[in-house]
Design a binder for this molecule. Structure first.
Ligand code: 5GP
Length: 183
């Protein structure tokens, strides 16, 4: 763990260090590069939570790639799923006949990703695969096929490395657990 990392007051402990994140992203990038060899892909970053993960991951993927963004909201300021998914920003280009790699921050209930996958499948891509930074399988309500997973974690509310707490803390270089009194 880097000496320079300090916990912010809201963080109880560091779950995944910057070093662990970097190592895992290299592994994921190598796996994705192998799987898509000879193909071109559209990397679809789900905003806002996946922005840091996507920026590191895309640089470790060695196949021709385009980048697009979709913004969805499902939580508001709450730390529990509302089950309601709203598209705040749609893709800027068609994905018809394209190989799409969805990059998401975390799966909790699975409602967000299953909704996104369903609407994207209607747009007739050549294929869709899903890459998530964190998976919390204990809360799953809607099955989602995860093709690439950074880390499987316990049922805890995590922040940092793109993941927010009421809009804040996305800039933390690690993934940490928020203290109970703040949740
Ligand atoms: P789901 O629809 O799978 O329940 O939730 C997915 C979305 O909920 C994620 O994209 C993320 O924005 C939010 N979410 C779920 N669990 C956590 C968590 O532990 N921390 C943070 N910051 N967001 C979470």
């Amino acid at each position: 763990m880097s000496e320079s990392i300090r916990l912010t007051p809201q963080i109880e402990r560091i779950l995944i260090s910057p070093e662990q994140i970097a190592v895992r992203i290299k592994e994921l990038g190598a796996e994705i590069t192998r799987d898509y060899a000879g193909k071109e892909i559209v990397i679809l970053c789900i905003l806002k939570g996946a922005f840091l993960f996507t920026s590191d991951l895309c640089r470790s993927i060695g196949v021709p790639q385009k980048l697009d963004f979709m913004a969805v909201s499902s939580y508001g300021d709450s730390t529990r799923s509302s089950g309601i998914v709203k598209i705040d920003k749609d893709l800027s280009e068609s994905i018809q006949n394209q190989h799409v790699l969805i990059v998401e921050d975390i799966i909790d209930t699975g409602l967000t990703l299953s909704y996104i996958e369903k609407i994207l499948l209607d747009r007739k891509p050549a294929s869709i695969k899903i890459c998530v930074l964190c998976n919390k399988p204990s809360n799953l309500q809607q099955h989602v096929k995860v093709d690439y997973c950074g880390f499987t974690i316990e049922n805890e509310f995590v922040v940092g490395y793109g993941l927010d707490f009421k809009g804040y803390l996305r800039n933390l270089p690690y993934i940490g657990v928020v203290k109970k009194e703040y949740r």
